[in-house]
Design a protein around this ligand. Sequence first.
Ligand SMILES: *[C@@H]1O[C@H](CO)[C@@H](O)[C@H](O)[C@H]1NC(C)=O
Ligand SMILES: *[C@@H]1O[C@H](CO)[C@@H](O)[C@H](O)[C@H]1NC(C)=O
Ligand SMILES: *[C@@H]1O[C@H](CO)[C@@H](O)[C@H](O)[C@H]1NC(C)=O
Length: 758
Amino acid sequence: EAEAEFLGSTCSSPLTHGSAAPGDPFWLQNIQHQGIAAFNGNPGGYPVFRNVKNYGAKGDGNTDDTAAIQAAINAGGRCGQGCDSTTTQPALVYFPPGTYKVSSPLVVLYQTQLIGDAKNLPTLLAAPNFSGIALIDADPYLAGGAQYYVNQNNFFRSVRNFVIDLRQVSGSATGIHWQVSQATSLINIVFQMSTAAGNQHQGIFMENGSGGFLGDLVFNGGNIGATFGNQQFTVRNLTFNNANTAINAIWNWGWTFQRITINNCQVGFDLTQGGTSNTGAQGVGAEAIIDAVVTNTQTFVRWSGASSGHLQGSLVLNNIQLTNVPVAVGVKGGPTVLAGGTTTINSWAQGNVYHGTNGNPTFTQGNIANINRPGVLLDSTGRIVSKSHPQYTGYAPSDFVSVRSQGAKGDGHTDDTQAIKNVFAKYAGCKIIFFDAGTYIVTDTIQIPAGTQIVGEVWSVIMGTGSKFTDYNNPQPVIQVGAPGSSGVVEITDMIFTTRGPAAGAIIVEWNVHDPSGQQAAAGAWDTHLIIGGTAQSGLQVGQCPTSGAGGNNCFADFLGLHLTSGSSAYLEGMWVWLADHDLDSGGSQQISLWSNGGIMSESQGPVWLIGTASEHHINYQYFLKNAANHYIGLAQTETPYFQPNPNPPAPFITNSNFDPSQLGQGDAWAMTVQNSHGILVFGAGFYSFFSAYNTGCQSPQNCQNQIVNVDSSSDIAFYSLTTVDTTWQFSVNAQGVINRSNNPNGFADTITAWTRN
Ligand SMILES: *[C@@H]1O[C@H](CO)[C@@H](O)[C@H](O)[C@H]1NC(C)=O
Ligand SMILES: *[C@@H]1O[C@H](CO)[C@@H](O)[C@H](O)[C@H]1NC(C)=O
Ligand SMILES: *[C@@H]1O[C@H](CO)[C@@H](O)[C@H](O)[C@H]1NC(C)=O
């Protein structure tokens, strides 16, 4: 019997363990299903939750369930071919335990989660005659190469808790075609594939997109475990057993791989080499691999060609344990670059290495100074802490309380402030709080006390609006996670926090809570996003806020997305802080102009783990670390506003000394700016600038932005695998450009393999 967790709650009978019996189904199956799509044309008739068995799926291992499962996904009028995007048609498609035979691809439409019983994973079994790109397809191809969705805008998808079994297919077969972007995840999936010589199975095929997070996946057998091509991604805890090639990387600008395990494969990472020109073939730009364990594998990392004297593919290795791995890094059909054996690689890099204010690169293919990993970021095995999206498998429906059953409406117009406050006052720490799908309007700060566990349903929305949130000289939190100085468990999953504009004085989430002593990563959020504007009924759509700027003050969307205060700690995995650049609900991805001062600001003393976070289009900064300490950040992804440099940051806001960096970006938004901070490890970053005044003409001279990352001289911080796009000075110290992109071309983007202070 595990010791009861200290939840840190003040409730009278704290929830210390779940009450589900071992034979009970996963709580999600039998909890009351009363989620709604608030802004759907027919909210009363539109089903959010769908159990595939209610649509005729048998799960008996014999019946072909393809059509029945697709009917469950499609019911109610969904966003499929030609739709582009929506926020009004969410669907949670649930699979009880069983074996579901599938003979052609299941299309996961926009804004869909496929979730299996997490206690007893359902199997999706490829029929012997399976035909199609993959069992699960997130972006189908049409004749002529067109697709359902634009790959870079393919948001809001999650697949969890399945076994995907390809073994009955004698020819080629793929488990998941995952061509997706932000706010997407794959979690807790086992791929069963052939181990016969010459088999043509692969677990995942991904060839485009702008992701994203995936983690807790196991690949058994196969010719290729996963083919990965996407601008950027964060990957945590993947295990590959008995594949020919574990990971086949075809192109990227930058990926971070945390805690990968590879057993009995031929090749761990097979990396396609690209060109160094902006327009040439794009290969693998940058891989950052931390805390990998590799056993009985011929080659850990293999490039398709040599890289010497100039950058052609950046690689950073940190804490890689090899057991019987003859080649650590090699070239296909060519020389060994780094010999393996049974050994641990501490810190090794291929690419351009920089120090301090010296803008001259040292091309390195060898050991680099040991990467500094503050101890508070590490678990008992010495690796960066890893904590999976909580799913509460031991809990019964009676351990949850529904906010709708307690009087909140979630209908997108009722003010639910008091109802939600009452739920937290009565149940925080006593029950897991279930936000049935819906949009909950609040007009005052909602405090989530330490000791609270919150579960949403296909991203339930809390939307702050009203006079409380309009004054940017006195910004107020919509959501306050923990009172200042509090400690305890906080777990938030599958939620969206946002505003209805105008809301110039909203801090959407103020995060104050700290892990209790001895409980690393107890305070965290998973698959939880800040989606600001661009959604139905946000008041911040193309009708109100066109790119002409005609919306004026009505287009203040928020002041700050996420504020990690000085007393907090946080484990945030899969979080997108998106100030919308386009409208998701008016067709055709029409661009909009919204104002937000900042994305993520941290003053936390740590530990903070930002695993697969992104922050986009905020005027002044995407990430601002101020007096912060002990952060692991990997991978961080940003884009600057498309209207930049007009207005000139911080306009249209007026500088607010508490929330703004002392060194402004002089016409540019900072992707990341760091002030008086220490113990900061950035392990993978993709910082992009594609526009100047909505014009992409700057992409050819590659000067859409002048500066993008800033570090002051008092900060102890290190960057590894830092990729930028179309920015002249990739790295600045005290707001003076130090590293010019001209030294670091790496295909479409430019990469600094390492920058350290000394
Ligand atoms: C596979 O076979 C089943 C019957 O065994 C049939 O219903 C189905 O249409 C076939 N699928 C394909 C893609 O040929
Ligand atoms: C998608 O990926 C393929 C293969 O890497 C590439 O040739 C193609 O240009 C990509 N398409 C887009 C729209 O990015
Ligand atoms: C890694 O993923 C596997 C499979 O889901 C899971 O059993 C294991 O607990 C995970 N480990 C960590 C450290 O997250």
